[in-house]
Design a protein around this ligand. Sequence first.
Ligand SMILES: [Zn+2]
Length: 356
Amino acid sequence: MAMDEAICWRAVVENDRRFDGLFFTCVKTTKIFCKPSCPAKTPKRENVLFVSDTETAMGKGFRACLRCKPTEITGVNEKTKIAVEACEYINANRRADLNELGKSLGLSSGHLQRVFKSVIGVSPRKYLEFIKLKRFKDGVSGGKEVLEAMYDAGFESTSRLYENANQKIGMTPGRYKEGGRNLVISYSITKCSLGNLLVAATSKGICAVKIGDSPEELSAELGREFVNAEIRVEGALIKHFVDAIVELIEGNEVGLELPIDVKATAFQMRVWDELRKIPFGETITYAELARRIGNEKSVRAVAAACAKNNVAVVVPCHRVIGSDGGLRGYRWGIERKQQLLENEKADIALERKLFT
Ligand SMILES: [Zn+2]
């Protein structure tokens, strides 16, 4: 079955006759096969097998349904056929370039886009994202490491990958052995408007984000923190993390929660968790942060935990300020904290201008 099963299933649930003839549903419990538009009661998803033609269905021992008569179909809906072919092309090539798609199907890109959307419900680009995300989730739940699954799914640049997939990944405290023993860490250093940016990741997530003037100092600091780890310069593997973090620094909300893999005490983890809930472009005070973790008296400890944050921007400790509005401290320099907050506010202001 070359067609995506999620699309087949939706057509079955909605009795969508536009899909009649393009695939058939075999019901394992009754040994009967139907058209997608069959008016009989919708079978349970786990009992359904999708096949692309009646011969296959009969070959597997299924009998034609007497109600919808799936063997008597004449012709198929042309638009649906085009959309299904486009889906197959996207699945096979993992690309959703409209011109390329149009060319391969002999249609103008605009026409193709309209047909696709009317049948599938989303644009080809969104459909590709959906396929990748699904492949990624399957990979992770099948026991793959995050980076490997991401790579296999075809994510190479900034994406909304984590938007929905974050439940299973996220933080993994207490995993680190002394000095990162047995750990493989990939990192790269990029220039951004705040200076040099170091991003480092284990196979489970981002373990360090540092901003500074000198690239040598940044990599030396990483080496000191993970003295027993195997540290490699590796741009390609973590490019999507770097891209997303640069976007954040330049004040573009990326709408994703990046997975982090950090060493922390239980208290620090609580503070950092809470930090990640502060919306882009907003600030709270250290006192408020202490209240939010349920311990009003812990303002000093909370501030200390912010100062220990090893993943700049990803855990947005820069969004916490003093009760008088003063910026207080920032591990990577107070000017950088100010710049980050200004970039975020500018982005929010622009968004308001555009969408209200
Ligand atoms: Zn039927």
